[in-house]
Design a protein around this ligand. Structure first.
Ligand SMILES: Nc1ncnc2c1ncn2[C@@H]1O[C@H](COP(=O)(O)OP(=O)(O)OP(=O)(O)O)[C@@H](O)[C@H]1O
Ligand SMILES: [Mg+2]
Length: 425
């Protein structure tokens, strides 16, 4: 019964002696022998019966006889030790049988002769599955690599888009600058023309006075008076100062515009630093309340040491511009409040005012460069676009909500840690 069982096991079992001669083979091996050999395989050398990897098999058998230790060989290192066909090909590809082989040292219980038992397993199914998985994982790896390349391409396309957007807004900016600068330049120019005429009159008065003094005649006083009159001296005297101070004001405006435009770049010599937001807001409040002389400014914070990292100049400028707008929108009895809190690695600075508010229609345009509702000469419309640029560059954002006649809330959200972009490093 036991012999029958061993004979029919679906694994190969063979026994050889120290001369590698076959002592026993079960049906797994026998079925794979050529017909003519099936009757008398005994005492034949195992590697003569099965060609395959004879040298390797002999070496393993020898080591088992000498060391009296089992030896194992896995299909991945030696897939086909015996030249058997696959009994159950999984796919059309696998025609050869993949094998795991174990050789165990045994002893003949009657004679005490040293023998080796070869134990052979057909692992074609596992091997085939494993190889398919390997191929799949390689394909996945390739796909992953392709995706990585695609993401890189997308990234660069995105930064190009951002750049294009920047260029477009720079174009918009340039058009705005041309418009704004044209105005002061226009009147400086006109004033200069008038000044040139006035100067020529003044020169002729001076020349005439000189001549008269030289002649020093009797009618001198009379003639000088008529000279002054014919050159409109009284008007000249009055107008000339006005023209000069107006021209100077025009030039100041040009200077201010150019100064403000410089704020569009956050490139800063000071570099990235720790910024104490409470301290900055305190400074802004004292500056603005001194300028507008309104009593109701208030600063509130959860903790006193709310800091972020970033460029101090542009951050200060952004907050200043927003607080200034709030102060300008608020009447004498109104209030401006700043509230600072920290949440999820972000700092929220809320600037609330009880001012005139912003209409729904204007709300869409307040961040546009040169958008202003203030009278000519009072606002350049650059404050919020400068603030927006600075906050965006610090990877933050600005939210606004406003009710006409009630007031406005600007919320600036800044990450606690500013990561300098590659391009800015
Ligand atoms: N807190 C606020 N309340 C009411 N209106 C506001 C407020 N903040 C901004 N605005 C509106 O947004 C417009 C644009 O503001 P921005 O600061 O960009 O320019 P500006 O204040 O007009 O001029 P500048 O800041 O260059 O002197 C303002 O003219 C105003 O109409
Ligand atoms: Mg402003």
């Amino acid at each position: 019964m036991f012999e029958q069982l061993v004979g029919k096991l679906p694994v190969g079992i063979g026994v050889v002696n120290e001369n590698f001669q076959v002592v026993y083979l079960n049906e797994f091996f026998l079925d794979r022998l050529p017909h003519e050999l099936r009757g008398d395989y005994k005492e034949k050398v195992v590697t003569d019966l099965f060609e395959g990897q004879g040298k390797f098999l002999k070496r393993r058998l020898k080591s088992v006889f000498v060391l009296q230790h089992p030896s194992f060989s896995y299909w991945e290192q030696r897939p086909h030790i015996f030249p058997f066909k696959s009994s159950r090909p999984i796919t059309g590809e696998e025609t050869q049988m993949y094998q795991n082989m174990e050789i165990l040292p045994v002893k003949d219980p009657n004679t005490g002769e040293r023998l080796a038992c070869i134990f052979l397993q057909d692992v074609t199914a596992q091997a085939s599955y494993f190889r398919t998985q390997q191929k799949l994982s390689e394909a996945l790896k390739k796909e992953h690599e392709a995706q990585r390349k695609l993401i890189k391409k997308l990234d660069s396309a995105q930064s190009q888009l951002i750049q294009a957007e920047k260029m477009a807004s720079t174009g918009q900016l340039a058009a705005g600058i041309a418009h704004e600068i044209n105005n002061p330049i226009g009147f400086v120019n006109a004033n200069l023309n008038t000044l040139a005429q006035y100067a020529s009159h003044l020169i002729s008065i001076a020349d005439g006075v000189q001549e008269q003094i030289n002649a020093f005649g009797e009618e001198l006083a009379e003639q000088i008076t008529s000279l002054y009159e014919s050159n409109h001296y009284a008007l000249l005297k009055e107008d000339i100062n006005e023209l000069i101070s107006e021209s100077a004001e025009g030039l100041m405006r040009v200077k201010e515009i150019v100064e403000n435009l410089k704020n569009f770049s956050i490139e800063s010599k000071e570099g990235v630093q720790n910024i104490d937001l409470c301290k900055i807001c305190q400074q802004i409040i004292s500056l603005v309340s001194a300028q507008y002389n309104k009593p109701l400014y208030k600063l509130d914070y959860e903790r006193e040491d709310v800091t972020i990292t970033g460029y101090p100049g542009p951050i200060k400028q952004a907050l200043m511009n927003i607080v200034l707008n709030a102060a300008q929108a608020t009447a004498q009895k109104g209030f401006v409040k700043i509230y600072i809190k920290e949440e999820n690695q972000h700092i929220h600075v809320k600037v609330l005012d009880s001012g005139h508010g912003i209409s729904q229609q204007n709300l869409k345009r307040i961040f546009d460069p040169f958008f202003t509702t203030k009278p000519e000469g009072q606002g350049q419309g650059l404050g919020l676009s400068v603030a927006y640029t600075a906050v965006k560059q610090h990877q933050g954002k600005i939210n606004v909500s406003s009710k006409e006649g009630k007031g406005t809330v600007f919320e600036i959200i800044l990450p606690k840690y500013f990561l300098v972009q590659d391009a800015e490093k």
